[in-house]
Design a protein around this ligand. Sequence first.
Ligand code: 5GP
Length: 192
Amino acid sequence: MSRCARLFVVSGPSGVGKGTLVAKVRANRPQLGLTVSATTRSPRPGEIDGESYYFIDDDEFSRRVEAGEFLEWANVHGHRYGTLKSEVQKNLDAGRSVILEIDVQGGLNVRHAFPGAVLVFIEPPSAEELERRLRGRKTEDEAAIECRLANSRKEMECAPLYDVRIVNDDLDRAADELERTLDSYESDGGTN
Ligand code: 5GP
């Protein structure tokens, strides 16, 4: 059966483990395309410009918004983040599906720009488990954690607007389910 390169959007509350999940699926599928987002936040230790993100300042971000270079962009936790159209298109043109790991505001905007995009929402098994995971990362101070928990609650309200919902109760099981989702939509063709 022929396969069609598709644009997948993976969203979910901060701390739900979507980064780990997507990394696992990517490890099994080296043929997936990579896109690097742009952000105005500062790099964390170990993050590399052009790999983790394109770290740009506010003026440069505004210039790119004006130039129409973003497929979507959003304010998240006080900084701007955006997906560059060029990053997505170069992969789809080369026949590689793309997974965008972005917040819900961005995800819902992508649906307008790319009606063939498949929106996948990663859910925690429970609100308590999400808080435990978020605190366990130890990368943010208390104020940042409180901010992320408040955002998480809002993000969870958007889950019903997504095409597919996957509960990250167990990493291997959830990764399998995400892979089966990719398979089924790639086989299905689509309008990308
Ligand atoms: P972090 O600062 O922890 O790397 O990311 C914070 C949030 O920004 C995460 O929820 C992440 O999904 C979101 N994010 C990262 N890149 C993009 C992007 O290109 N567009 C949008 N809308 N959100 C993004």
